[in-house]
Design a protein around this ligand. Structure first.
Ligand SMILES: Nc1ncnc2c1ncn2[C@@H]1O[C@H](COP(=O)(O)OP(=O)(O)OP(=O)(O)O)[C@@H](O)[C@H]1O
Length: 239
């Protein structure tokens, strides 16, 4: 049986009459990247909130490493190896880069927060900026700092909500390369919500396509690209 670090079964989140999610089955294998795509309002961010425990499920279950965590809160799920980044940056402007990464590592329970911070900063090419105040970083560097904050503490599963938002093409490709290398080196599994299709199809092992709160396709990037329903609903004839 595959080694699933994450599994959602029949997950539904309804807001009154709005079915933000309705019957989502999804898995994530260890060390793999699953890209989540779909039009605005399809339910991608809600899936992340369902997994982290930020939103209560109307129906269904979420498992981390085989354990049903549906009844657990955000902090308890974090302690089980779940980490996330946000669409909007979560950095503290006036604190130097290394200090806040070390603080995040400490909060995540890393045995040696300083060493963990140094490791992650090196892997993301931020080590030379360690003493710079975060507010003085360029936007692309701030997005890398966001990723560093989510990566410390050796999470098992990383949930990334539009990590490339606002980056130039070159910056996106650069961050994508780092992300791919990091998942392999750190054996972390990633759920990646991202509108940049070149990034999603370039680095994901598997891709899930959402529409109106439901999964309309899932498979390898090549399978998803070739799926007629996906081409019609989302990618357009040029895909
Ligand atoms: N708190 C809420 N109350 C009511 N409806 C909500 C709430 N949060 C989300 N929704 C609705 O749920 C649906 C899914 O929203 P969600 O933000 O998950 O989509 P998304 O795929 O992440 O979109 P985007 O790509 O624009 O970020 C939308 O119809 C949205 O309006």
């Amino acid at each position: 049986m595959p080694d699933y670090v994450l599994q959602t079964t029949d997950v539904a989140i309804h807001y009154g009459g709005v079915k933000a999610l309705d019957g989502v089955d999804m898995t994530l294998e260890r060390g793999k990247i699953r890209g989540l795509i779909g039009p605005n309002g399809a339910g991608k961010s809600t899936v992340i909130d369902a997994i982290t425990g930020r939103r209560r499920l109307t129906r269904g279950s979420v498992k981390i490493k085989g354990e049903d965590v549906s009844a657990l809160g955000v902090v308890e799920r974090r302690a089980r190896g779940l980490s996330r980044s946000f669409q909007r940056t979560s950095i503290f402007g006036q604190m130097p880069v290394r200090k806040q990464v070390e603080l995040a590592a400490f909060k995540m329970g890393a045995p040696d927060p300083g060493a963990d911070a140094d490791d992650v900063l090196r892997e993301l090419d931020l080590d030379e900026l360690a003493e710079v105040t975060a507010a003085d970083l360029g936007y692309g560097q701030q997005r890398r700092l966001d990723l560093a904050l989510a990566l410390v503490g050796q999470p098992t599963v990383l949930l990334l909500d539009e990590p490339m938002a606002g980056l130039s093409v070159q910056e996106s490709l650069d961050l994508a390369d780092h992300l791919k290398a990091l998942t392999q080196r750190r054996h972390v599994s990633v759920l990646l919500v991202e509108h940049d299709m070149d990034v999603v199809f370039g680095i994901s092992d598997v891709v899930t396509v959402f529409e109106l709160g439901r999964v309309i396709a899932a498979g390898s990037p090549a399978e998803v690209r070739a799926n007629p329903r996906v081409r019609e609903a989302y990618l357009g004839s040029a895909a």
